[in-house]
Design a binder for this molecule. Sequence first.
Ligand code: ZN
Length: 283
Amino acid sequence: MRLVTFEHQGTRRLGVRNGDAIVDLSQADASLPTNMRDFLAAGENALNSARAAADKGEHAISASDVKICAPIHNPDKVICIGLNYADHAAESGMPIPPEPVVFSKYASCIINPGDNIVAPSVSNEVDYEVELVVIIGKAGRNIPKSDALNHVAGYTVGHDVSARDYQLQKPGGQWMLGKTFDTFAPLGPDLVTPDEVGDPGNLDIRCSLNGEIVQSSNTSQLIFNIETLISYLSHVFTLTPGDIIFTGTPSGVGMGRTPQVWLKEGDVVVCEIDGLGRLENPV
Ligand code: ZN
């Protein structure tokens, strides 16, 4: 199932993508929550209602008549993993980490597919990073790896926009500041449930800048896989429905190129993962 958050005639609500149509879940079942975080927290019952509505196919709106938004805007946590592809660690001049490198973004960074990434005036080194994003569906603490995938609601495409001068050159290396400028987390379009994704550890992932492919890899290249990340993180804090995990980016970022490439006004970045979708944002 492909869940979407969409805007239509002035309200934002949830739907299920059904080919070229969006089944409007609030019309199909008025008892369902109208935002993704509450919907995921409602668990299996809500998912089953959504599936039933999608199967019926009533209350469908043409996808071209709605604005598709980021699947979730208000997660409790936006967790990011750094240096999780060996070739990206190498191009960053960093050793392969023996444990996951973790930082975070704020929910205020999240923007919709199609929205503008705003290159901040105080940074001269804004970079792109395509990433597989995990969305948590079931709360948990101290989750064993063997149970980790049962806590996943689904997957989507994320863009971990990064100001390298803040991240690497400020005193102390300000990873958090470099990653948390407004608009630095484009997300979407669909939340694709695990049954439809198949193996999340074998998805082609790529990024193009102004039509030219600049990153191309496969999630099989992740150093720490999804089970490991969920287990590792949940030994520190409770994961709750709607939490999102950016799982790291492969090589090909602008920082690692000769000469280096930085995002500028007028650029268009497309992040894409096979089976999940295409996330396009202008700068
Ligand atoms: Zn990243």
